[in-house]
Ligand binder design. Structure first.
Ligand SMILES: [Zn+2]
Length: 420
């Protein structure tokens, strides 16, 4: 069996089939691949660096048995760009940014939704459901429209208006759930939206819907999509970087990245895995390092244990970020590199800057920072960082000649006659 499902609780191994949790004990399932067979066949090694779609390049390490039945909007294959200005600002050797904001709906979730909805179709299912703070809902709505499936999407009332509107345009059924103030970490665990997140799998079983939450404990197939970010980084770099910085929302991105880097090492295409530096906001969510403690406050990221183990096993660190650190990282990405990230999209840079500030980035480090989503998703937050960093400086003029411009320096005067 090239692919199988393994229960993380009772250890049961079963063939790839439509199970979202263990049929024996209800435990969490993970995908298992026969790395030795994949290595022997050599197909992955031949395809992974060639320009092609995600399923053609990486299909043998994704759950879908046949690339031809994938539901795709051209996700993945995002740019990895050198960030020279941030290197100079942070005193770094080599920093690259993985632009996950370039995915079809503007976030890395497209990789997971594409993997998950392709599996749903493989199992003959066309009714899907998710609770989402914005990005998964947005992505699912788009992929459901493309595949002709129906999607039910529950969003928190706190979801930024622009994210909500981006879900609406695809025609999915959207429900808003009442919720408390976003900073109320004290009782966020019992927030109606957080309760809905936990109850969704049961609702799906009751109504025959596929749960499309991007957490391994809810849908083990979906989260496999995030591994492709690791494959692409190593394919572009020719080897594995020393450090990869990533955001933590539910934790599935960090967990998936770690599996992806390990896959490559297992099949002999790289010789190591990177240190994972992760950024998680201080408000609303319990830290992934303490979320297992029943007394801790805040909403529980669903993949907290998986993500926390991935960071720890890599020798990396988790940074709990303040709102102002996140907004500063957003402003740095925009002002120094021309990259407009949403707040969550800037967690990784904020965490990486904190790691560098703590003196834990050696001089010869090759690092990759993942910008997970575009700033166009959340214009309210954009206005907030623009105001905070005094970037909103437009003024009204009645002609261009009224604008306050500096005189042209003598030596750089424009000479039209020279045809410039
Ligand atoms: Zn089990």
């Amino acid at each position: 069996m090239l692919r199988s499902l393994q229960c993380l609780d009772c250890g049961e191994v079963m063939p790839l089939s439509e199970h979202y949790s263990c049929p024996e004990c209800g435990g969490e399932l993970r995908l298992q691949y026969d790395h030795a067979a994949i290595r022997r066949r050599g197909r992955f090694a031949r395809n992974w660096q060639a320009p092609a779609d995600m399923f053609t390049r990486f299909g043998e390490l994704l759950p879908l048995p046949s690339a031809s039945s994938a539901i795709s909007l051209g996700e993945g294959n995002t740019p990895l760009i050198r960030a020279g200005n941030l290197e100079r600002a942070l005193g770094l050797h080599e920093l690259h940014i993985k632009l996950e904001c370039c995915n079809p709906t503007g976030s890395f979730k497209d990789r997971q939704v594409s993997a998950g909805i392709s599996m749903a179709r493989h199992f003959g299912r066309t009714s899907l459901a998710v609770t989402s703070s914005g990005n998964v809902g947005n992505s699912l709505a788009a992929y459901a429209a493309r595949s002709g499936a129906s999607a039910h999407i529950w969003v928190s009332k706190n979801t930024p208006a622009s994210k909500r509107q981006q879900i609406d345009v695809y025609g999915s059924r959207v429900y808003e759930i009442e919720t408390g103030p976003v900073d109320a970490a004290a009782d966020a665990f019992n927030d109606p939206y957080e309760v809905a997140v936990r109850e969704l799998p049961a609702l799906c079983r009751e109504h025959g819907l596929v749960p499309m939450t991007s957490a391994r404990s809810v849908n083990p197939f979906m989260v496999e999509g995030a591994k492709t970010i690791a494959y692409e980084i190593c394919a572009d770099q020719g080897n594995c970087p020393d450090v990869v910085a990533a955001p933590v929302g539910g934790g599935g991105l960090v967990g998936g990245l770690s599996e992806g880097f390990r896959d490559l090492r297992e099949i002999g295409l790289t010789d190591r895995v990177p240190r994972i530096v992760a950024g998680q906001p201080q408000d609303h969510f319990a830290g992934i390092d303490v979320a297992g403690d029943p007394d801790c406050k805040g909403a529980r990221p669903l993949d907290a244990a998986w993500a926390n183990a991935a960071i720890g096993n890599s020798g990396g660190h988790l940074h709990r970020l303040t709102r102002s650190e996140i907004l500063a990282a957003q402003a740095e990405l925009a002002g120094k590199e021309g990259i407009f990230a949403e707040p969550r999209g800037a967690y990784a840079l904020a965490a990486f800057a904190a790691e560098a500030g703590a003196g834990r980035i050696p001089d010869d480090t090759v690092a990759v920072v993942i910008v997970s989503g575009t700033g166009l998703k959340d214009m309210t937050a954009a206005a907030e960082f623009a105001t905070l960093h005094d970037l909103a400086r437009s003024s009204t003029v009645s002609s261009v000649w009224e604008s306050e411009l500096d005189p042209v320096p003598e030596s750089r005067e424009w000479h039209h006659s020279e045809g410039r």
